[in-house]
Design a protein. Structure first.
Lengths: 407, 262
């Protein structure tokens, strides 16, 4: 696979709604979790990662010029509110790409697990604490692509527009689709966006499966007991390899791999078969060897079975102990946005030459046999492998490589 | 993409169609209905059949009727406009009424439930993705064709939707419908000497402009899938509008004449 340039990144999550704040807090080892009661009165205890608003967004909006395509005017839903900070962050770079390649040569591939389901919940399960916002309920606000047309218009994108939903690997499968569009000459650049807003179905559902942690998530720790669910958005601008993109590249997507577990719908294969396959494929397509990978950003949800399966898969693929971090301990599990969220943090790792901490990993589960980084760790980084796995036995891995490699 | 762009050629190596209200694709196009007929979805056995939604059953029905190469299983591209919409309604009613949800139902609520069920049922570790949204049929065809053109393996494209419950106030779909297509890369036509022949039905995707008032995005899955499945069984060239793929442009599926098959 030829490299694809990552020329802009954006994200918003429980750590903040502007990129700098999110990245600084993540690399300072902070999380943004709050008791679930801050969102809704659930009949059980858990923590959630909620995007701070509206104060932060209002402050940011006041600094922006008026936008004729303002997303919140057109789609006043939580999904749009979670997406909006990332869209604003990415807008200048996308407009530059549209000038560079032509607006019809810029594609938009969006990913989400729940889409506009939260807005539907407000209509079908009304609660005074979560009133219907704006114009009331419309079915068009429900779908995964509920915000796609408005966001594409807002960003000035006129190319292919499509949506992907494969649970917690959604954003990486969207990235794979975007790379195909570029590789087959149907686009020169692609905005890959992802967003998931917290909704009651998600929280009740993960709790019903026994997967929510009562306290903040502890990936790969001996006492780990589940996920911290979160909302967030993460966007990247991908451009084909060219002189201009080499100059602007923050990092490169050099390899991707995807595979299915073919085992169970929600339980990972105990040996992480799909994870092994996709990691090997991503490394192979990057044209490197497992020994060249300097860091692994794990899917690392904090459930007993997921972390055990991923750890075993990593041990099978790598002959040495590669430093591994689980950024869901910082951002929470942002579901369909999880892959890109970790990827943006990996790009920042390459820039800072440092691996962010896995919070609350101590005491480590020694039986897992992987090298979890539990504090901010400076390291020479050229290639970071990022994993995103999900319900349905879906597994996708991405290798992101230092920009200097291609320049 | 610009108008006139073509994607392909690819070839359809097999196809299947199912409607809960129609005996075949031709009956959809002729307006001939039948009483509700549930899929049998024989691909799933035992406990795997429990809690499966209609849309999952529909996917399994059409995928199960296509032959599979166990040695090199196809990549999986599933597409759905509405996803597990009936399951979503039940989950919301569950927590509204009882402050809890069924774990089994929640586990099968994601859009990629059918593709996951398929990979488990067939033991396939091939990559799987699920395309969704208002233009899921067009985008699904695009995704499947681009994947097939990578040349590594064939692609199983399965497209299905179940009726949207009335409480959603969404489109009134009259039937549950599904179609599956086994898609492979096709040799260039005419085939170069010594090159492998085209063993399926050659098709290509074409981007065509639509006017600002055209409803290219809001296609009826029942009609579009019936048209595509019917074109597959008929020998003459055909063109099926798959829906909007980008602002101002839609995607067409163009079938070459039957003579293109070797």
């Amino acid at each position: 696979m030829a490299g694809h340039a990552i020329t802009a990144v954006a994200l918003a999550n429980c750590l903040g709604t502007d990129r700098r704040t999110v990245l600084d807090r993540a690399f300072a080892g902070e999380d943004g979790f709050a008791p679930a009661s801050a969102f809704f009165a659930f009949p059980f205890a858990t923590m959630l990662g909620i995007v701070p608003r509206p104060a932060a967004q209002a402050a940011q909006a006041a600094q922006d010029p008026p936008d004729p395509h303002d997303l919140m005017d057109r789609i006043p839903t939580r999904l749009a509110a979670v997406s909006l900070p990332s869209v604003r962050q990415l807008r200048p770079a996308v407009r530059a790409a549209a000038l560079r390649w032509g607006a019809r040569r810029v594609a938009y591939v969006f990913a989400s697990s729940t889409g506009g389901l939260e807005q539907t919940e407000r209509s079908l399960a009304p609660d005074p604490r979560l009133p219907l916002s704006g114009h009331g309920y419309r079915y068009t606000d429900h779908g995964i692509d509920a915000t796609s047309a408005a966001i594409a218009q807002s960003l000035g994108i006129e190319g292919v527009c499509m949506a992907i939903s494969t649970a917690c690997s959604s954003s990486f499968n969207a990235l794979a689709s975007a790379l195909r569009l570029i590789d087959r000459g149907l686009a020169d650049a692609a905005v890959v966006g992802s967003a998931d807003s917290l909704c009651r179905t998600t929280v009740f559902g993960f709790h019903s499966l026994g997967l929510t942690a009562p306290t903040a998530t502890q990936p790969f720790a001996r006492d780990r007991c589940g996920v911290t669910l979160a909302e967030g958005s993460a966007y990247v601008l991908i451009e084909r390899d060219a002189a201009a993109t080499r100059r602007d590249a923050l990092a490169w997507v050099t390899g991707m791999g995807a595979a299915s577990d073919a085992f169970h719908h929600t339980t990972p294969h105990p040996e992480g078969i799909g994870g092994q396959l996709c990691m090997r494929q991503a490394i192979d397509r990057a044209g490197i060897a497992p020994g060249d990978v300097d860091c692994i950003s794990a899917h690392g949800t904090g459930t007993r079975l997921n972390d055990a399966a991923e750890a075993l898969a990593v041990r099978r693929v790598f002959e040495r102990a590669v430093p591994m971090t689980a950024t869901k301990s910082l951002t929470g599990h942002t579901l369909g946005s999880a892959g890109l969220t970790a990827l943006v943090l990996a790009v920042e790792s390459l820039r800072r030459q440092a691996i962010p901490a896995t919070l609350r990993a101590a005491p480590l589960d020694d039986e897992l046999g992987v090298a979890i980084v539990d504090r901010l760790t400076p390291a020479p980084l050229r290639h970071v492998l990022v994993n995103a796995f999900g319900f349905g036995g879906t597994n996708v891995s991405v290798v992101v490589s230092q920009a200097a490699r291609q320049s | 993409m610009t108008s006139g762009t073509a994607v392909g050629p690819v070839q359809i190596l097999g196809a299947a169609f199912f409607s809960t209200r129609h005996a075949c694709a031709r009956d959809v196009l002729a307006g001939r209905e039948r009483p509700f007929t549930a899929p049998t979805y024989g691909l799933l056995v035992g406990r795997a059949r429990r809690f499966t939604s209609l849309v999952t059953q529909l996917h399994m029905e059409v995928c199960g009727s296509l032959s599979r190469d166990a040695a090199n299983p196809p990549a999986i591209v599933f597409a759905t406009c509405h996803g597990e919409i009936q399951t979503a309604e039940r989950l919301i009613a569950d927590f509204r009424d009882s402050q809890m949800v069924s774990s089994a139902r929640f586990a099968l609520s994601v859009h990629n439930t059918p593709s996951g069920m398929y990979s488990v049922a067939t033991g396939s570790t091939a990559p799987a993705t699920t395309v969704t949204g208002t233009n899921a049929i067009a985008a699904g065809w695009l995704e499947a064709s681009l994947t097939a053109l990578e040349g590594e393996r064939a692609v199983l494209l399965s497209i299905a939707d179940e009726p949207v419950p009335a409480v959603f106030r969404g489109p009134a779909e009259p039937a549950g419908v599904a179609a599956a297509f086994l898609v492979g890369a096709a040799p260039a036509a005419p085939a170069a000497p010594g090159a492998p022949p085209c063993t399926g039905r050659r098709v290509e995707l074409a981007v065509t402009p639509i006017g600002p008032c055209a409803s290219g995005a809001l296609v009826s899955p029942l009609q579009v899938l019936a048209q595509a499945a019917d074109a597959w069984v008929r020998p003459e060239p055909a063109s099926v509008a798959l829906g909007r793929i980008q602002p101002g442009a839609m995607l067409e599926l163009r079938f070459a004449a039957e003579e293109a098959r070797a």
